[in-house]
Design a protein around this ligand. Sequence first.
Ligand SMILES: Cc1cc2nc3c(=O)[nH]c(=O)nc-3n(C[C@H](O)[C@H](O)[C@H](O)COP(=O)(O)OP(=O)(O)OC[C@H]3O[C@@H](n4cnc5c(N)ncnc54)[C@H](O)[C@@H]3O)c2cc1C
Length: 501
Amino acid sequence: MPPETLDVLVIGAGISGLSAAWHLQTHCPDRRFAVLEARPTLGGTWSLFRYPGFRSDSDMYTLGFHFEPWRERSAIARGPTILQYLRETARGHGLERHIRYGVRVRSANWNPRAAHWDVQAVRTTAEGAEEGVTFHCSFLFVCGGYYRYDRGFQPAFEDMASFRGLHVHAQQWPEGLDCRGQRVVVIGSGATAATLVPALAGQGAQVVLLQRTPSYYFIVPGLDRIALLLRRLLPARWAYALTRRKNVALAAFLFRRSRSRPEKVRSFLLKQVAKALPPGYDLEPNFTPPYGPWEQRLCLVPDADLFQALSKGQAEVVTDRIERFTAEGLRLASGRELQADVIVSATGLELQMLGGMQLSVDGVPVEPGRLVSYKGVMYGGVPNLAATFGYVAASWTLKADLTSQYVCRVLNHLRDTGTRIATPGLPPDGVALKPFTDFSSGYFQRAMHLLPRQGAEGPWKLFDRYADDRRRLLEEPVDDDVLVFGAAPAAAPKAELAQAA
Ligand SMILES: Cc1cc2nc3c(=O)[nH]c(=O)nc-3n(C[C@H](O)[C@H](O)[C@H](O)COP(=O)(O)OP(=O)(O)OC[C@H]3O[C@@H](n4cnc5c(N)ncnc54)[C@H](O)[C@@H]3O)c2cc1C
């Protein structure tokens, strides 16, 4: 089959890909584009996870798109409700017609002579057969998320095979698993574990949350009363925009304060938890993290549901190390044995960049871990490539929307100037390179070598604040002397990439 030629190819139809499609359709109506999605459905993360209680751990007024108000009452929403919002947004804005389902991109090579990406993909037909397909596109916009879908992270514990009960990973929750009346041990800390525990307890399971290290919890009301009041007073779009602003500002304040006055924020968070725990419950050792707030993702607990499960005696928290699995459950380093019918690994994700595809420039392989970010959107030395990576300490969609808007600005600048190629330069020698993030979460630390690096300053530095990115991506000129626009291939990508390595 001859290659199909398009102006822009978007990879992935999750939140980022849908944001990309809306912005391309709205701001670049003259460009032909398609969204290639490996799975038979849209929604990405929000259609993949099925564990009980699966929900957002940031508020929906900022996890929602700027162009489509969140209309449900709850500020923290369940996975199926979020998926429904994404499906309705796609349908309502005519985005689905751009999506090609069942097409997994394997590789993309930049051809400097033709000034296009040569994209190799595999299409799965309705009958399950696979066939190779090739696309040519001027611009590649990767919205493939940041982790593997086929498996979650599973630490190797001793004697795992000896357990006679059911061992599942939260990322691969078996359809129809009923935990009523079962003894369930959830291994892990963080948002997934904190969500699973009250949900399983609510189903009638007796749950133990087994963690190596405690997390910070931030107890929030499930309903945002100010948002609901604004909705009564104002048209839906105004109310949504105001609530979004309010929540961006509140989240930014908490994050900044966590970095500038960690002891104050720690004391505030621990006091909240102490109040929600049953009287006499000691915060040590289960609720006193050995690191500062927002050095890892903060777990939102709507309406204190986790603590209610603890108060009712339906759940228990244990801070210990697993020595090994046994036939009946787990043996811990302290010598304690935990009996279990079901063990759930809520042990996190396996990170993966650029949709797992093999990227090359003129045949030279590009390792994501050797790339240097440019404005958190493009990469030094790589022409006509953008990728969405959302915020870690705020809703992903805030950055996804900004990224899509910026890509449209670059595309329109190419059109307006009659150029075809936009290549970011690399930081000059004096600019130090730093890791992608200073978050100490296990999944980042395990995968730091896979993540692009950032520069200590200039457009290579990554921002964690929406207001900074908004200014940089929407207001500053795209033609900044670092992003080089050219009709012919911009200065020797091969040499530049070699320098980056
Ligand atoms: C359990 C969990 C809870 C989360 N909760 C929140 C939250 O509350 N708030 C928040 O801000 N963030 C949260 N996140 C982060 C979350 O991933 C983002 O909110 C957001 O959904 C990411 O959207 P995305 O489209 O970039 O990636 P994804 O949702 O991962 O979607 C990527 C899509 O790209 C497709 N794809 C990937 N590679 C290819 C390829 N090579 N070819 C074709 N298609 C491909 C995938 O099939 C998928 O559909 C959570 C993440 C997890 C895992």
